[in-house]
Design a protein around this ligand. Structure first.
Ligand code: 5RP
Length: 219
């Protein structure tokens, strides 16, 4: 199976975590696009979705799924999203699609984070995928220097601003052996909007697409 077929497989498999008539959280990316397409085929539909990006909002709306603002709900039963990497504890690197801040906000509303990913995303230690960090523009150089002190090389993602209007740094060369500690540390650097380590908001379940089918991992 191709990587895209594996993404479609887990996108469809995530429907088993969706209760008709509820409002759910929806992430961003090519795997989530398959999930949104699958959502639109449900016989008894969801009541709506809180979206983590303009791109997902447009796709949801185009398929007739009502989109609510985060402020309109207090809790979501489930948030379904992809990941760039996921480790053995369900900690993730996210933000390859530059939606990390809104993804963390919507994930924070959810009782359960269901990560959908093809098998290539499963890693032992986070950090081979460049770590995305949304940063206030004036702080870019000093945040980059802080990463250098940690042994990382931060480069601004060319031509990209987030839905919030901020640039993104991609940091190579980090070995993230303690994701909760590194997330907490980077989060308090002045100018950092969001770091793409999802440890505090890690997945509770991961549906991993493999050649043998969907493997369900619980954390
Ligand atoms: C977007 C994300 C995505 O979930 C992540 O990049 C995975 O994307 P894809 O499903 O296209 O592989 O964090 O900000």
């Amino acid at each position: 199976m191709t990587q895209d077929e594996l993404k479609a497989l887990v996108g469809r498999a995530a429907l088993r975590y969706v209760v008709p008539g509820t409002v759910i959280g929806v992430g961003t990316g090519s795997t989530v696009n398959h999930f949104i397409d699958a959502l639109a085929t449900m016989q008894s539909p969801v009541a709506g979705a809180v979206s983590s990006s303009k791109a997902s909002t447009e796709r949801l709306a185009a398929r007739g799924i009502r989109v609510l603002e985060a402020g309109e709900v207090q809790r979501l039963p489930v948030y379904v999203d992809g990941a760039d990497e996921i480790d053995a504890r369900g900690c993730m690197i996210k933000g390859g699609g530059a939606a990390l801040t809104r993804e963390k906000i919507v994930a924070d509303l959810a009782e359960r984070f269901v990560c959908i990913a093809d098998a290539s995303k499963r890693v032992e230690v986070l950090g081979r995928f460049p770590l995305p960090v949304e940063v206030i523009a004036m702080a870019l150089p000093q945040v980059a220097r802080r990463f250098e002190a940690l042994g990382g090389k931060a480069v601004q993602r060319p031509g990209v601003l987030t839905d919030n209007g901020h640039p993104v740094l991609d940091v190579r060369g980090l070995s993230i052996t303690d994701p909760p500690a590194m997330e907490a540390e980077i989060n308090q650097w002045p100018g950092v909007v969001t770091v793409g380590i999802f440890a505090r908001h890690r997945a509770g379940t991961c549906l991993l697409g493999t050649a043998e089918g969907v493997v369900t991992l619980s954390y």
